[in-house]
Ligand binder design. Structure first.
Ligand SMILES: [Zn+2]
Length: 257
């Protein structure tokens, strides 16, 4: 197994856009009226050439003060310093919080040696201050202290890694396909955030362009089924990594079923 879901947990979000940890075993959803509930998991993929992180979560810490993302990488059998490449679908806070960590009152990059792959338009939009879904201090830390590679449009990055500018969820959203060890891994970010969105057809209000996202999901679902992709669902409740079948409607199954 070369792909790992690094579950950060479940969260409720209300109109203030603050993410509050939610434990389904001990917390009651009725206490959080007006909230939506989301699940967050970045992914780690080991290829022949790289240890790849796909999006970075919210940046919550464990009770021991360690970044949960770092602990999850260790639990998968690697060290955070082993990460060579970070592929970012987009820069909303729930995907970028874990790129930085506060230590002794200072914000530092969580992966100072990794190359961060970001779509240029998204990077510029994140700095523009036009949307409250972005937290600029994160990007200022990155700009000063890590290797950021800005890609434009769609193309090949290296070693079987391709990126595609999709828009949909936000104007400069991108998705990634990684070919490794005879498999094709697909990271659809928030254009394909959970299996249910393939199975049920709808345009979501939270998307910048809901109709486009819906069309993209249809296209990616078909390709995923045809080419037997391993799909990574960032906001999945249960099934974070799965394969798609298309028999008059999509279904998603775990890899071992
Ligand atoms: Zn998201």
């Amino acid at each position: 197994m070369n792909i790992y879901a690094l579950g950060e947990g479940s969260f409720s979000v209300d109109s203030t856009k603050k993410f509050v940890p939610f434990n389904p075993l001990t917390d009651s959803p009725t206490d959080r009226k007006g909230s939506i509930f989301i699940h967050v998991q970045p992914f780690l993929l080991k290829t022949e050439h790289d240890l790849i992180l796909m999006d970075a979560g919210l940046g919550f810490k464990n009770p021991n003060g360690e970044l949960m993302l770092h602990d999850n990488i260790r639990n998968a059998g690697f060290e955070p310093e082993d990460v060579t490449l970070i592929l970012m679908s987009h820069l909303h806070y729930d995907h970028t919080g874990g790129l930085v960590v506060e230590r002794n009152g200072r914000m530092e990059p969580s992966f100072p040696d990794a190359e961060h792959i970001i779509q240029r338009g998204e990077w510029e939009f994140a700095f523009s201050g036009k949307s409250s879904s972005y937290r600029q201090p994160i990007f200022e830390v990155l700009q000063q202290s890590v290797n950021v590679t800005l890609v434009e449009g769609s193309g090949n990055f290296r070693n079987g890694i391709t990126y595609e500018l999709t828009g949909g969820h936000c104007p400069f959203h991108q998705v990634f396909k990684i070919e490794s060890a005879g498999e094709i891994y697909f990271f659809g970010g928030d254009v394909l955030p959970e299996p249910e969105q393939l199975i049920r057809k709808f345009a979501a209000k939270y998307d910048f362009d809901g109709k486009k996202s819906m069309e993209l999901r249809e296209r990616f679902g078909k390709q995923a089924a045809e080419e037997n992709w391993i799909c990574c669902f960032y906001h999945a409740k249960n099934l974070a990594i799965g394969k798609v079948t298309d028999n008059n409607g999509f279904s998603v199954k775990t890899l071992d079923s």
